[in-house]
Design a protein around this ligand. Structure first.
Ligand SMILES: [Zn+2]
Length: 187
């Protein structure tokens, strides 16, 4: 099942927000079996203003990849924490700075929150984890196994997708839940 949400123009949040008339958020429902063979849907909740912030960050750093963390509790994000991309090839790779990561950990700990997901952008490719992304995700599985990718392959239609990448490199797409009214097909 594919769900397409349409988010209206956002121009009042802050001057950091870049206005785009149509922002599409694509989420694909994936079910998998848990230990007792009950199918369950894996999801992540990212409120709309945070989705806008993720897209805004990606557009500001374009053509370089943006990266950062979603802070929150459980699978519910409540803050976008931007990080510097310190990779030597930021146009196609990302790397977080260790010092910044420790600061973010401290911030989360102090506020009784955790890292809900790691995010980064793809400025020229689709929003699916690359082989490098999967390899890196396995290496940082202790930080978070959820990964959000913002694709700017179509600059006027950024696409946000989320995945769980477990320590064995299994990739499962997550449903992105958000707040507010969901997309409705016109009559
Ligand atoms: Zn990537």
């Amino acid at each position: 099942m594919r769900i397409r949400f349409v988010i209206p123009t956002i121009d009042s949040m802050s001057e950091r927000i870049i206005v785009h008339p149509y922002i599409y958020i694509l989420a694909t429902s994936v079910k998998r079996c848990s230990a007792n063979h009950e199918p369950r849907t894996l999801s992540i909740k990212i409120p709309r203003l945070l989705l806008a912030e993720l897209i805004s960050h990606a557009l500001q750093d374009d053509p370089n990849e943006s990266c950062g963390l979603l802070l929150g509790v459980g699978e519910i994000a409540d803050e976008v924490h931007r990080m510097s991309n310190v990779n030597v090839k930021p146009i196609s790779r990302y790397a977080m700075q260790r010092g910044e990561l420790l600061e973010a950990q401290e911030k989360a700990k102090k506020s009784d929150r955790a890292f809900v997901a790691i995010y980064h952008s793809h400025t020229f490719t689709q929003g699916y984890p690359s082989k490098t992304d999967i390899k890196n995700a396995v290496a940082v599985a202790s930080i978070s196994t959820r990964h959000v990718i913002i694709s700017l392959v179509e600059k006027t239609r950024p696409v946000v997708r989320a995945f769980e990448i477990d320590p064995k490199a299994n990739v499962t797409e997550l449903v992105i839940k958000t707040d507010g009214e969901q997309y409705r097909a016109s009559d």
